[in-house]
Write a protein that binds this ligand. Structure first.
Ligand code: SF4
Length: 117
């Protein structure tokens, strides 16, 4: 990553091609959470919703909706989840369809519509 920055600063180029291989430093960066529906009780879902400063987590009709597009990967929900959330390890989440960024995780059972990122 530092190499890209230095090359760009030297040449005055502010964009770059998508990397041909994974960026090694990316593995140490925070990533959005993934959720284990087996541990997602109503109380945990409420705690998760309350913990998110970005409004990326909210409950609708028996589901916890995770708006990946609103997530800043701050990790507060992971700390508040009692093990129901963990870092996903995924950061390549771009899509041209907004709906694909909305994950629906069933609270206390139900069918899984949309998965973790
Ligand atoms: S990582 Fe932070 S912004 Fe993302 S869902 Fe959790 S609390 Fe919200």
């Amino acid at each position: 990553m530092a190499t890209w920055f230095l090359r760009g600063a030297r040449r005055g180029v502010v964009t770059t091609r998508y990397p041909a291989r994974p960026e090694p430093s990316a593995s140490s960066l925070p990533t959005p959470p993934s959720f284990d529906p087996r541990l997602l009780t109503r109380a945990v879902a409420a705690d998760l919703e309350a913990s998110c400063p970005s409004g990326a987590l909210y409950r609708v009709d028996g589901y916890l909706v995770f708006d990946v597009g609103a997530c800043s990967a701050c990790g507060r929900c992971i700390a508040a989840s009692g093990g129901a959330a963990r870092p996903s390890g995924h950061f390549e989440l771009a899509t041209s369809e907004r709906e694909r960024l909305l994950k629906r995780i069933p609270i206390e059972g139900g069918s899984l519509l949309g998965g973790a990122p």
